[in-house]
Design a protein around this ligand. Sequence first.
Ligand code: FAD
Length: 326
Amino acid sequence: MTDYAADSVLVLLDVTPGGELAKSAPGLLAAAAGIGTPVALIVAPDEASAQLAEAAGDLGAVAVLTAEPDPALLTVPAVDALQAAADLVQPDAVLVSHSIEGREVAARYAARARLGLAVDAIGVSRDDEGIVAHHSVYGGAYNVDSAVTFAAPVITVRQGSIDARAEVQTPRVEKLAVTASGKPAASVDAVDAAVVASSRPELRGAAKVVSGGRGLGSEEKFALVEQLADALGAAVGASRAAVDAGYVPYSYQVGQTGVSVSPQLYVAVGISGAIQHKAGMQTAKTIVAINKDADAPIFEIADFGVVGDLFTVVPQLISALEQAKK
Ligand code: FAD
């Protein structure tokens, strides 16, 4: 027996190092609201939990469970909290962000609780038999559905893939009693805060992304991509060829062996559109391609295409954007 709704969907919300809900929270809670009653789990220090619970309510959480992390241990405290929350709520599904931490927590929890795991979903729905996860696979070439045949599925949801937003709620907040499992965990000896040198949005989860490819020709000329990104307020990405050529670091790489993004707007500059690149960006809502080769595969998936020399087109685009801001 549980005090929680029979159609509860448990949602683990990531908390940023700055102590805010991660950008994945609105989409996760909206996805949960579409298939049941969203119950959020927030693992954060006690002093921050009231504010975070209110923020989760604003995003649609009907109930919020809070648990304290152990700052000296990675992942396992969140898995322990997820297990305690699921035991309490008895949800129909568990949704977790497909972030680096989220996917590790989800996988560990699913293995521990012997539940089915569906990863990198771009949507969820409910049919007569239960919860269904929707995925975009093989570089976006196929859409597939997955469902488990027993118990509640654990589903990781791709960041930025859910546009819907849930209605604001005034959540009931409960502090969760968590028993530490003592399972093996990586321990944190020291934390060095990385200095963020850029004021641009982070690539993963950004609403707009401008990516550059080998067509830029050099590290210096890649600055044009950064200028266009700044004019649009976008994050900067790159193809593997641009990364391999040393124009930008690997952390910029979009694609099968880089970051997967699902922004509202993706601008591909001097990128041919290889299948491995498309794998990381094909679910973008609007794709704009600028390429001098009219037969480049990127145009097959572009909503808007400009066939032309990027060194002519992009400066004109930047100047038009700047004019429009005046
Ligand atoms: P190119 O294919 O060389 O294309 C450059 C484009 O720029 C061309 O279309 C050209 O017409 C255009 N261009 C050139 N000059 C101009 C100009 N002046 N104006 C306008 N257009 C111009 N790739 C990824 O991106 N991400 C991945 O994660 C990834 N993972 C991979 C994993 C594996 C196992 C393998 C085998 C490959 C992977 N690749 C990945 C590499 C991928 O196959 C392509 O080689 C790569 O995406 C090509 O990058 P590109 O489009 O920048 O370069």
